[in-house]
Design a protein around this ligand. Structure first.
Ligand code: PMP
Length: 371
């Protein structure tokens, strides 16, 4: 997915990496930590200060305060998701996963011999998860239900009620919920995304967090997993044996981020909301149908099926005009979609979006009439 090199005259809208630089105060924290000689291992489960700060931050966002003993500092959200999947599902087991979705859930489950039972990723609000499909997956023996709000790739944000319903189903079937909260601070309506940790759901919920997106720290590789006490040993064993510990520099920077820039998510949300609104105007008929105010995250999910082209053909056509996008088939088996990451400076982004519209309009004009 990230194998392509972008030429200097191309605009890369294919990767979910904020274009805002690492804030200066965090640069200073990284440099100071190195000068102080902080280059050794940390405790396997993370620096205790950082675990406590994450517990406080979770409480600020959800009302539920985890015991810091149940907060593990991971190698990004990627590490948190991987540990959560392996801690809850055994080879031969099954997990219920949204479609479309970030590909890691499916790819890792395949590798671990865990069957993936999809549910349709719905819009923002109460219809966020297709509960009938979730229940069918649980009846078929799934031990885990994955939810990702705001969604990569659609931007949909679950309501609290939608998440309560998912937790209730998981509880009924003695399963767990993995809430991938990578974009939880980037909510266009303001505030933070609802979490299944709230409303008494914490004994069933594993929440995967990351510093990557909110604080522009994608390459520093630090996140956190909040898990129920019942999974404490499994989580510690899997994280300890696969990661050792998260990078110490990144952990020290993460602690500084929570201490000195707690409002950074709200700032990013304002930037990405404004970009999304402009993108909707520039894309015209190719923009998603949902109102921007209901969405969150960094992406626009473009339904280009009426061009009659495959996702690969759409990506190639856009690339021919200098716009690098991500094929919809990375996220779903359904062909004819592309994902745009709104992670370029405003003027560059506007030009790329105008090009995207012209290219899709031209392809649609060439498409054979539907039979
Ligand atoms: N979850 C989702 C939905 C994501 O989109 C990403 C990154 N693209 C991650 C988790 C993990 O990011 P990281 O490992 O950098 O924290």
């Amino acid at each position: 997915m990230m194998a392509t090199e972008t030429a200097p005259d191309e605009v890369d809208l294919s990767i979910g990496e904020p274009d805002q630089p690492l804030p200066g105060v965090l640069v200073e924290a990284a440099v100071a930590s190195l000068r102080a000689g902080r280059t050794g291992y940390t405790p396997k489960l993370g620096l205790s200060d950082l675990r406590a700060l994450v517990a406080e931050d979770v409480e600020a966002g959800t009302g539920f305060r985890p015991d810091p003993a149940d907060v593990v500092i991971t190698v990004g959200g990627t590490g948190a998701v991987a540990v959560a999947l392996a801690a809850t599902c055994a080879p031969g087991g099954a997990a219920v996963v949204p479609d479309p979705a970030w590909p890691n859930y499916r790819v890792l489950a395949d590798r671990l011999g865990i069957a993936v039972l999809p549910y349709r990723q719905g819009p923002s609000g109460d219809a966020f998860a297709d509960l009938d499909a979730v229940e069918a997956g649980l009846r078929a023996g799934a031990r885990l239900v994955v939810v990702n709000s705001p969604s990569n790739p659609t931007g949909a944000v679950a309501s609290s009620a939608a998440l309560r319903d998912v937790v209730a189903l998981a509880r009924e079937h003695d399963a767990f919920v993995l809430s991938d909260e990578a974009y939880e601070a980037v909510v266009f309506a303001g505030g933070r995304a609802p979490s299944p940790l709230a409303d008494g759901g914490h004994d069933r919920t594993l929440a995967a967090r990351t510093f990557s997106k909110t604080w522009s720290m994608t390459g520093l590789r630090v996140g956190a997993l909040v898990a129920p006490p019942a999974l404490r040993e499994a989580v510690a064993a899997l994280h300890g044996t696969t990661a050792g510990c998260a990078p110490v520099t990144a952990q020290l920077v993460a602690a500084e981020a929570l201490r000195s820039l707690p409002g950074r998510g709200a700032e990013l949300a304002a930037v990405y909301r404004a970009r999304s609104e402009r993108a909707v105007r520039l894309l015209g008929p190719w923009a998603p149908q949902e109102p921007v105010a209901a969405l969150g995250g960094f992406y626009l999910w473009v339904d280009a099926r009426r061009t009659g082209r495959t996702s690969a053909e759409l990506v190639a056509a856009l690339r021919g005009h200098g716009v690098v996008t991500s094929a919809g088939t990375v996220y779903t088996a359904q062909d004819g979609y592309v994902r745009l990451a709104l992670t370029a400076p405003d003027d560059v982004l506007d030009a790329a979006l105008a090009t995207t519209r012209r290219t899709l309009d031209a392809l649609a004009a060439e498409a054979p009439a539907p039979r």
